[in-house]
Design a protein around this ligand. Structure first.
Ligand SMILES: [Zn+2]
Length: 180
């Protein structure tokens, strides 16, 4: 057996033997909420947080922490495809307001400084990685890690990972879903 089998959250079908190509895409490795939101208890979520699958704001006294969901592609070495994560990123209030204001603008292309807000599995201290958040109209914004920052995630973004490694990561992320 080769490829990845999974139940598709989008079309509801069971896809078999997917190889990450455009015709047979791998599942998106998405995260429904940013980690700082998941760290809140139920009451704090209700009292001081607002979240959708794309936007999240947490009120912390006089400060607002703002998060958007993005796409982080890791290229597969020697191929033209990527493993795509759907992590959250924290951006400044001004950037967030700009993003929300242009949320439905198909031509919006801006560039914000951000900080990863989803601890991608398998990486030590991934929240420390500075990223650029590049909006792409109606698509989720693209994350580009700071190339000068020494971190395995930065290396994987620029140098790529092997197909074997990508399949291993997808399988390990599918496991918890399969057991519920
Ligand atoms: Zn599908």
């Amino acid at each position: 057996m080769t490829g990845i089998d999974y139940d598709c959250a989008y079309c509801g079908e069971h896809h078999q033997g997917t190889d990450g190509s455009q015709a047979d895409p791998w599942p998106a490795l998405g995260f429904r909420r940013p980690d700082p939101y998941l760290d809140l208890d139920t009451r704090s979520r209700r009292m001081s947080a607002q979240a959708t699958d794309d936007l999240c704001v947490i009120e912390r006294g006089t400060r607002s922490d703002c998060f958007v969901r993005a796409i982080l592609p890791l290229p597969i070495i020697g191929e033209t495809i990527s493993l795509e994560y759907g992590p959250w990123v924290q951006i400044g209030v001004g950037s967030y307001l700009d993003y929300v204001e242009h949320y439905d603008d198909p031509h919006h292309a801006q560039d914000y400084a951000g900080q990863l807000a989803t601890a991608l599995p398998g990486y030590a201290n991934p929240l420390s990685v500075p990223v650029q958040v590049i909006t792409r109209g109606e698509m989720r914004p693209l994350l580009v890690p700071d190339s000068t920052f020494g971190h395995p995630l930065v290396r994987d973004f620029y140098d790529g990972i092997t197909r074997t490694e990508a399949e291993l990561r997808i399988r390990s992320m599918l496991l918890p879903a399969a057991s519920t």
